[in-house]
Ligand binder design. Structure first.
Ligand code: WQD
Length: 338
């Protein structure tokens, strides 16, 4: 019995490979390496002491996917593969719909042919849009996404829900991630963004290591305690463990289930800067800049359902995530590039 992990060389995917292998699961990993490094393979093996197949495969390549399903006995798929940069998605919407939505449809066709009907999908809190009050609960209205990246996640959720309606043999688990940060405590795997980071944590880390001069805090006039945006930052190792619970659950219960994966705590931009400074001992210079279009005041999860039904709970906090990000960033200032 093996679990196929698409996008398994990426940030969340690689940490999930580690947690799955450490829990004694067999995995088969595919990645097209468009935004991930093949070097992840050796590092995951070093951390876990276990080997696994890593196959270069694009999820839009149906023939290649069919070969993977024919060569391995796959019981379930954890589906991470996709493009994930919000700004880029506004400039290249067709590529985003092609990779994320088209790629998922192709994956589902191949799964169906192979008789594999269990899938855990990497969705996002972005599907809650800007109208819901915090904390976000799984039964709240979704949609109203403000960029093509978010809309691809919303569309894929609908496609998977339709699939379960049409064929109750399918088992679908939609995981809505809040803001994944941190790195494995070994410092061997972590987030390695291309070019200028879009997200707060990798930007702070690059300022700390001297690659960027200062951070721009996008707005201090939000309706939050200190005026800066509030988010639910979840340690990537906790997030990865959530997949283990979700996958076990999906293998035992049919239908479509939805879970928020977050900590349930809101942390502001200024609080995250302070946590990073305390964890690293490095001062982070910043300036207050205008709001970034599309940003909302606050986003954090109601985690009751994941806690009670999945039996999963985030154990690490923002300080832990800052410490582990700093450890990774110091050891790998250029990510996986030498
Ligand atoms: C967090 C906070 C910014 C950068 C995005 C996607 C989401 C998900 C995770 C990705 C906000 C502020 C940021 C900076 C800042 N998907 N900020 N200066 O926007 O909550 O979520 O990433 O794969 O779908 O939308 O995360 O880290 O970009 O921003 O002040 O240089 O930090 O305004 O309040 P976001 P983020």
């Amino acid at each position: 019995m093996s679990i196929l992990i698409t996008g398994g060389a990426g940030f969340i995917g690689s940490h999930t490979c580690v947690e799955m292998l450490s829990a004694g699961r067999d995995i088969v990993v595919i990645d097209n390496f468009s935004n991930a490094s093949p070097k992840v393979y050796e590092r995951v093996k070093t951390i876990t002491g276990k080997d696994f197949p890593l196959i270069e495969c694009d999820i839009r390549d149906e023939a290649k996917l069919d070969e993977v399903f024919a060569a391995h006995k796959i019981d379930a798929v954890i589906h991470f593969a996709g493009l994930k940069a919000v700004g880029e998605s506004c400039r290249m919407p067709v590529e985003y719909y092609d990779n994320n939505v088209g790629g998922t449809v192709t994956l589902l066709k191949s799964m169906k042919k192979a008789g594999v009907k269990t899938i855990v999908f990497s969705s996002s809190a972005t599907v809650y849009g800007s109208e819901n009050p915090v904390p976000f609960r799984e039964d709240m209205k979704t949609g109203g996404t403000t960029n093509p990246y978010g809309t691809t996640k919303y569309f894929i959720e609908i496609i998977l829900q339709d699939l379960v309606k049409a064929d109750p043999e399918w088992s679908v688990c939609l995981l809505r991630y809040f803001n994944p940060i941190g790195a494995h405590a070994s410092g061997l795997i972590g987030e390695a963004p291309n070019g200028i980071p879009n997200n707060l944590m990798p930007y702070i880390a690059q300022v700390a290591v001297g690659k960027r001069e200062k951070l721009s805090v996008f707005g201090n006039d939000y309706n939050t305690p200190d005026g800066t945006g509030v988010r639910d930052y979840i340690h990537v190792v906790d997030l990865a463990k959530g997949h283990l619970y979700a996958c076990d659950r999906a293998l035992s219960v049919k239908g479509c289930e939805i879970y928020n994966l977050g900590t349930g705590n809101g942390v502001s931009v200024l609080e995250l800067i302070t946590a990073f400074e305390q964890a690293s001992g490095v001062k982070i210079p910043y300036v207050i800049a205008p709001r970034r279009p599309g940003d909302i005041d606050a986003s954090y999860a109601d985690v009751t359902k994941a806690n009670t039904v999945l039996g999963w709970k985030a154990e690490l906090n923002a300080f832990d995530a800052c410490r582990d990000t700093w450890n990774w960033q110091k050891k790998n200032p250029n990510g996986y590039d030498d």
